[in-house]
Design a protein around this ligand. Sequence first.
Ligand code: C2O
Ligand code: CU
Length: 428
Amino acid sequence: MNWTRRETLGGGLAALAAAGIPAVAATQNYVLNPASIMTTFGGVQQELLGFNGSLPGPELRAGQNDSLRVRVENGLQDGVLVHWHGLRLPNRMDGVNVLTQDVIPPDRSHDYRFPVPDAGTFWYHSHYLSYDQVSRGLFGPIIIDEQQPPDVDHDFTIQLFDMMTDENGVYDEDTGVEQFAAAGRIGNVITAVVSRDTVQRGDRVRLRLINPSIDRVFDLRINGVEGMIVAFDGMPLGQPRPFEDISLAPGQRCDVIGDVSDEIAFADEDTGQTIGRIVAHGQRQRRTTVIPALPPNPMPQPKGREVKARLLMQGGAGGGNHGGFGTWALNDVSGLPREPLLNVRRGTTARISLYNATAFDHVMHLHGHHFWEISNTGQLGDYRDGTLVPAGGTRDIQCVLDNPGNWMLHCHMLSHQADGMATWLRVT
Ligand code: C2O
Ligand code: CU
């Protein structure tokens, strides 16, 4: 990947914006070819899946308000669909089987084209048999640049990925089948794939953290950077927020801006392992400016009477009976119900109460929209596309359903989704 070009491009946009010249919306064209690849993972050469020969797939990048045009050419022996996680796009571009399009068969291609109204850190991944295809490598980053990007020396992505392997270090599909009913298939090989391997002490960096792992919630410690969280799930925080550890559930993202004090090390707090490093050399004068808030993305305003819905998360090991046929269920149904959880007119403000009646955590992800997490005191919290609901816990979310279409709402622990934890909303 050509990082230099990318960084120059960011600088160029900033220079244009500083000169008061608006950047012209452009169309960025990409081709993605999912196929099986031979690659080295966890130190072992093996057959996995990739886009354009690589795991993770190539970074897709565009400016805010540009359009992305992506041709997916299916080189797998199986069907595929690509979902653009976190992007607010037209429903027919969402890449979801049954709800928005048919599966792309082997040797066939499909064109996706959509504008990107929000700047931030997003990602793409297979949405067909995703517990399997994503776990084998079908995912990659999408970066949408602000019209005036923040002043940093380097902007890079860190993808936190785990995989279950057998005693030879090879991807193992049999290991952990019983975990579909528990915390999911948590990998024994854990890595942070970093898009850059050196920095200078004193550099200001933007770290875009993405968790494409199918089931693992990361509890991440970042050493060597003194910084602030500036965005979750692609959406800027009103105020940069100090942090110690960062929790990232499957599908979630977090942007950090900070100054490099030493070698950067990404530590997984659960296992105590350092899972990625960026070497620091030299020393430059640190910036004295404070870490800036990112410019806000356009957000719809809640208005009118709030429509309420309630979603009961059920099942799993140790769970009680429920009406669904699968291991997991939502409101007594396993898998997509015939009727949507909500059927509302465009522009409706909805409040969904998520009750986790299971013994495991779940991260609920809504397609085509972001939502506010509501605090216990009723305040609007962070604006995200995935929220982690702890075992036995509840969480209310508020969402302005302003994007017409049929949208999935599901657990992004993909082993849970595969075994029933999914529903949908209809906006007309
Ligand atoms: Cu990232 Cu329905 O998924
Ligand atoms: Cu789940």
